[in-house]
Ligand binder design. Structure first.
Ligand code: FAD
Ligand code: NAD
Length: 481
């Protein structure tokens, strides 16, 4: 058994591990980046990028199909499923290729290939023939799909995000389980590409939307395109000669059994910590889910020289947070025991459904009535919003939140047009701790969707000042603002 002694070992060469490596490299040249599978990152290979490529194709089909709204007839829209997936893979491979090229710039001495596990605090096995003794360790092992037991006999009729993009062509039908970001994005895209989709959710949750009014509005909108039940009752799922039969309580028809070519499990992801032998060998304190207790401002696990980042800690399983956490932890692993405590960015998530869903900052709608007292809510609806009507995307609701005394803007939830861009403006304003009057003093061009943000902020401002303003009849603004 070979033994390698290093200052820092980083487990996992995904987005979080790579930024941790770059940050740690500023402090030590005696470090290793350990990867147990293929290089390329989840984001580029099977996550953010291929999913957005599929959505881009779906949006294109949808725009062509709805062009009649503008008096433009394009005839029958034909989707070539093989070509759609070919483009997804081709472009995806280019993104992966860029990561692989970046990997080549990392010296061979810094790269180890093999699955890592703890043998003792500060000691790792990598594969079967190597031990690494590391003064400090960053765990950046990502997450994997959680598959409910009821799908265990479905064989290759069960898809997850990893396998979906490898299909030779689009399926005729698919039952999507889970109405989180993943299920919504992929399910709606498949539906817009002509696949018969039924989506089965659980417990009323939908794309992480906390506000009940926005959630039920969104559920109604999605149901205009495909069957979605966020409180589904599925009683049986079984493999048949034709595919997979699903027995469920249909909202209108009662109990029905339908057959689908595939099932897509979009039922959440679990941290990849199971292989690491944390409970027995790491000496770390674990929470009730087996995840090391971690300080979000330093990413340190307890008072140990171990740091936990990215999807592996479940804190904020999105790309920019994985990269942020890698940076914080890599730097701290480098300067241990002198840790830097970093104020985290404002929470921010986008679901690339259509309309998109955005959540920013304090999840006020998730708070209890008592906890909610210090906050004030303003809202606007996009159905009569000028620019949204012009482009035929006048669906959606925005809610904005502020602290009642200070008037500081603390967050928002939106289901509506251009939400990915509006979400950024709102996230930046929340992180800057701008007050609502300061936000209203910013320029708003006309006619733009952002005028809908101004309407919500005006509503919020009037509630902060406890005066009533007819925000939708604002005569100072342009028509439809
Ligand atoms: C379908 C889908 C769409 C998504 N879309 C978006 C999006 O639009 N926007 C967004 O912000 N986020 C999105 N995400 C989430 C985003 O992809 C993740 O938050 C991010 O990729 C996590 O990065 P990571 O470094 O933590 O994990 P990963 O990139 O998964 O890296 C973990 C690495 O650790 C390795 N590893 C695991 N265990 C071991 C071990 N024992 N030894 C050695 N190596 C090990 C793995 O092989 C892997 O390479 C999406 C996710 C999915 C699944
Ligand atoms: N745009 C984005 O940022 C984006 C897009 C896709 C995925 N992601 C990330 O990928 C990860 C996985 O996404 P996700 O949507 O799978 O996770 P999720 O945990 O957000 O949602 C999973 C949903 O599945 C439901 N569910 C669980 N078991 C079920 C069952 N048996 N039947 C029906 N529903 C069931 C849950 O109640 C939940 O609503 C998340 O961390 C997410 O942040 C992000």
């Amino acid at each position: 058994m070979d033994i390698r002694k290093v200052d820092i070992a980083i487990i996992g060469a995904g987005s979080a591990g790579l930024t941790a490596y770059n940050a740690a490299l500023k402090h030590s040249d005696n470090l290793v980046l350990i990867e147990g599978d293929v290089y390329g990152t989840t984001c580029a290979r099977v996550g953010c990028m291929p999913s957005k490529l599929l959505i881009a194709a779906a949006d294109s089909a949808h725009e062509a199909a709805r062009s009649g709204l503008f008096g433009i007839q394009v005839g029958n829209v034909v989707v070539d499923g093989g070509q759609v997936l070919d483009r997804v893979r081709r472009e995806r491979d280019a993104f992966v290729g860029a990561v692989l090229t970046a990997m080549e710039t990392i010296p061979a001495a810094h790269k180890l290939w093999g699955r890592a596990r703890f043998l003792a605090p500060g000691r790792l096995a990598v594969g079967e023939n190597l031990q690494v003794e590391a003064e400090r360790i960053v765990i950046a092992t990502g997450s994997s799909p959680s598959i409910p037991d009821m799908f265990k006999d479905l064989g290759d009729r069960l898809l997850v995000n990893d396998s979906l993009f490898e299909l030779p062509s689009l399926p005729a039908s698919i039952a999507v389980f889970g109405a989180g970001p993943l299920g919504l994005e992929l399910g709606q895209a498949l539906s817009r590409l002509g696949v018969r989709v039924r989506m089965f959710g659980r417990g009323g949750s939908l794309g992480g939307i906390a506000d009940e009014e926005i959630r039920s509005y969104a559920e109604r909108c999605f149901n205009e395109e495909f069957y979605l039940d966020t409180r589904s009752e599925v009683t049986a799922v079984s493999l048949t000669d034709e595919g997979v039969s699903v027995t469920f309580k249909h909202r209108e028809k009662g109990q029905v059994t339908e057959t689908f070519e595939y099932v897509l499990a979009a039922t959440g992801r679990s941290p990849n910590l199971g292989d690491l032998h944390l409970a027995d060998n790491s000496g770390l304190t674990l929470d009730d889910k087996g995840i090391p207790v971690t300080d979000p401002s330093t990413l340190q696990c307890g008072d140990s020289p171990v740091f936990l980042v990215g999807d592996a800690n479940s804190h904020a399983p999105v790309l920019h947070e994985a990269a942020n956490e890698g940076r914080i932890a890599g730097g701290n692993a480098g300067r241990y025991p002198d840790l830097a405590s970093v104020e985290r960015q404002v929470p921010f998530a986008v679901v690339f459904s259509s309309p998109q869903i955005v959540t920013v900052g304090v999840p006020v709608a998730r708070l209890s009535a008592t906890e909610r007292q210090p906050y004030v809510t303003g809202s606007s609806c996009f159905e009569n919003q000028g620019r949204s009507k012009v482009i035929g995307k006048n669906r959606g609701i925005l809610k904005v939140y502020a602290e009642s005394g200070s008037g500081i803007f603390v967050g928002a939830e939106m289901f509506g047009p251009d939400a990915e861009h509006i979400g950024h403006l709102l996230a930046w304003a929340a992180q800057q701790r701008l007050t609502v009057p300061a936000m209203l003093a910013m320029p708003f061009y006309h006619p733009v969707v952002e005028e809908g943000v101004r309407s919500a902020l005006k509503d919020l401002n009037s509630k902060l000042k406890k005066v009533s303003v007819a925000v939708n009849e604002c005569l100072e603004c342009g028509p439809g603002a």
